[in-house]
Design a protein. Structure first.
Length: 317
């Protein structure tokens, strides 16, 4: 089967670091510089959590925030090493072609459900088109301001640094994402008998069962591989999915900021269902108590915002 790259390329237009998708969404793309590993204390991770919470609170509904960490396994090239002495030559031989993990991090901030950029917009009446266009233009302008404020929060934190991506850089990110970072060549994607992209075997993992998730997530955990009895090194709870994986991979962390009241009502309805059937099974009674406590916490703390999240890991080798 022949597929045109223009049919699967998801970008309709690019302007600076703003990307308009063929589905009508608008995305701002940033390159994100993170702190070096093993340089953060437990207090630093608490500060990071506070800054990120402040960042997320800057956005309203119909927003998707996607943090993408790309880890590429490469052979080290020491061509720039000097060879003027025995020690310099030995150093170059030692490092030449040794495998290492190169890390890139990107942040995508997306505004969804823009009616004037959807396909249904073309079939609407002239009056409805004009009205919808004015509403969407105002939404986009407000969203631009939200992005600018949120990015300034992170840049002023002294922990993160966000730089707007250029158009060519965005094209390269999307192109490499589809060909498993094979370079400038186009590759085939096979799903049977194995998932294969070009010459690389690939796999995708995600958590899709609530039973596999912990009841709470700490801001950081102790890295016992590096820690000693006298000193502890800390890392983020998802950091083991980063440099510790000895292969090329991508870690996608996505947060969908929807209507808080809608999700709250869904929790209330689910609580009522558990309460109705609580006498039928002990698990229903446990679910009723857990949901009741969670709903009470939401009602008492107005700073809590309900949203949806997703995490997946793509690996290839």
């Amino acid at each position: 089967m022949q597929v045109k790259t223009s049919d699967i390329f998801p970008i309709a237009a690019l302007e600076g670091n703003c990307m308009i998708g063929k589905n009508g969404d608008i995305t701002f793309v940033f390159k994100m510089d993170l702190p070096e590993v093993y340089t953060l204390s437990e207090e630093n991770f608490d500060s990071i959590n506070s800054e990120l919470f402040r960042f997320f609170k800057s956005f309203k509904t119909n927003c998707v925030i996607h943090k993408q960490d790309i880890f590429i396994k490469k052979p080290f090239q020491g061509d720039s090493f000097a060879e003027n002495s025995f020690l310099q030559k030995a150093t170059k031989r030692y490092f030449q072609n040794r495998s290492y993990i190169d890390h890139y991090c990107f942040l995508y901030i997306t505004l969804t459900q823009i009616e004037s950029l959807s396909r249904n917009y073309m079939t609407s009446s002239v009056f409805k088109k004009q009205n919808q266009f004015n509403l969407d233009r105002k939404r986009i302008k407000n969203f631009e301001n939200e992005v600018a404020v949120a990015v300034s929060f992170l840049n002023s934190s002294g922990i993160f640094s966000l730089t707007p991506c250029q158009e060519q850089e965005i094209k390269e990110i999307v192109f490499n994402y589809f060909n498993s970072f094979e370079g400038d060549c186009l590759t085939d994607i096979e799903f049977k008998p194995y998932f294969k992209v070009g010459s690389n075997f690939a796999a995708i993992f995600s958590i899709n069962n609530l039973d596999n998730q912990p009841e709470s997530v700490p801001n950081c955990i102790v890295d016992y591989n590096m820690s000693t009895e006298d000193f502890k090194y800390f890392m983020g709870f998802a950091d083991p999915l980063g440099l510790d994986l000895d292969c090329s991979h991508v870690v996608n962390q996505v947060i969908f900021i929807d209507d808080h009241n809608y999700h709250k009502q869904k929790l209330v309805n689910r609580y009522k269902q558990f309460k109705t059937w609580s006498k039928m099974h002990p698990d229903n009674e446990t679910g009723e108590k857990n949901l009741k406590g969670y709903i009470d916490t939401i009602n008492e703390n107005e700073s809590i915002v309900l949203c949806r999240t997703h995490l997946n890991v793509m690996i290839w080798d």
